[in-house]
Design a protein around this ligand. Structure first.
Ligand SMILES: *Cc1c(COP(=O)(O)O)cnc(C)c1O
Length: 375
């Protein structure tokens, strides 16, 4: 190889292992029994991760993660349903937008991006409006990196007897969601995030008793998870052409996930990466954007250097030359950049990235790294 590919410090697509990439070097027929066993194995393993075996169903879907979020809302929320979205960032706003596009009635509770969603606010909103049928929440808000208090929110929603749809895209497999103690109707995630597969498919874990009642809700043929489920149960096959190579890669990625030690090991590795990243960049003068108490160990937002020589594009290119791909900030008010803690890179990955950033600061002549305290 002439030049090693850079390490992706991004929240999906992310750096995958050689073994996962190797799994894509074979073609599979979608009708083939061997392939359909792979699908069955993924569905079973995904249920294991959330302890949903026997009570829940895993319905996979082609497309990026958003496709599965949209499919979950379209399939679970009846057309005259009413969705509450507590919103503290870009992915919450996407949930809200999906509801609008699908013509589902929508109410939001709006927070600024450095705040957690408050279970007490959800409680009040549900008490005040009995027409709300579902709550849709983001577990880890990848926009700024906030961890929302999912378990507490789920208990509030269950107390009011409403449905709960969780976008757990950037947390599934790394941060605990236990169906035996956290009540929910649907958890949505995808292949190319914490399970460290390649992007191209999502999956929705749905409470079976809920799913059984979802026939005819969906506005869309290809996004109908009820139909996908019924067809898959009957035939073992995907309803329409599956992303075969992505499925094979996810199967191999999940095998490595289990070998690594499952959720505690994966979450532990990301937490170590997150700490090494925040501590390492602090030695260069960088301040992370969030209160550490609500920081998810998935992606960290940093204030951009407060220096006339800084611009993100050059910074990005210089760090890339040194072997690491960063991520732009997604905040509206302050200039930031983001660094992901997820993906298959060894313990040297984060220290290497910190060194690359230190070197880049020198190359760009940036001296004033620590931004002024926000007013
Ligand atoms: C990645 C992500 C998604 C899905 O985004 P796609 O671009 O469709 O893959 C949805 N929600 C959250 C919280 C995410 O991190």
């Amino acid at each position: 190889m002439s030049q090693a590919a850079p390490i992706l410090l991004t929240p999906g697509p992310l750096t995958t292992s050689d073994r996962t990439r190797q799994a894509m070097l074979r073609d599979w027929g979608s009708w083939d029994a061997d392939f359909n066993q792979i699908t069955a194995r993924i569905r079973k393993e995904v249920l294991n991760i959330v302890h949903g075996t026997g009570t829940h169903e895993c319905v996979p879907l082609q497309g990026s993660g958003t496709f599965s979020v949209e499919a979950a809302i379209g399939t679970l929320v009846p057309r005259n349903g009413h969705v509450l979205v507590p919103s503290n960032g870009a992915y919450c706003q996407r949930l809200a937008k999906i509801c609008k596009v699908l013509g589902r009635r929508l109410t939001t509770i709006d927070y600024t991006e450095e705040k957690q969603v408050s279970p007490a606010d959800v409680d009040r909103a549900l008490a005040a409006d009995p027409t709300i049928t579902h709550v849709a929440v983001v577990h880890c808000e990848t926009g700024a990196g906030v961890l929302n208090p999912l378990h507490e929110i789920a208990l509030v929603v269950a107390k009011h007897g409403r449905g709960l749809i969780i976008d757990a895209m950037s947390s599934f497999g790394a941060l605990e969601i236990d169906a035996r103690r956290t009540p929910f109707d649907a958890v949505v995630a995808a292949s190319g995030k914490c399970l460290e597969g390649v992007p191209g498919m999502g999956f929705v874990v749905i409470k079976r008793s809920t799913l059984e009642k979802c026939e005819g809700n969906c506005h869309s043929l290809s996004m109908d998870l009820y139909d996908q489920w019924v067809y898959m149960e009957k035939t073992t096959q995907w309803r329409f052409t599956p992303p075969t190579h992505v499925v094979a890669a996810l199967d191999t990625a999940i095998a490595q996930y289990v070998e690594e030690g499952g959720l505690p090991a994966r979450g532990g590795r990301y937490a170590r990466n997150c700490k090494a990243l925040i501590d390492g960049l602090a030695t260069l003068g960088f301040r992370s954007f969030l209160d550490p108490a609500i920081q998810a160990p998935i992606i960290v937002t940093f204030h951009a250097p407060d220096d006339a020589n800084y611009d993100f594009k050059t910074f990005y290119q210089e760090v890339k030359k040194r072997g690491y791909i960063l991520y732009p900030g997604k905040l509206t008010q302050v200039e930031t950049f983001r660094v992901g803690c997820m993906g298959h890179f060894g313990d040297a990955g984060i220290p290497g990235a910190v060194a690359a950033i230190a070197d880049t600061l020198k190359a760009m002549g940036i001296r004033q790294v620590t931004a002024a305290e926000p007013a």
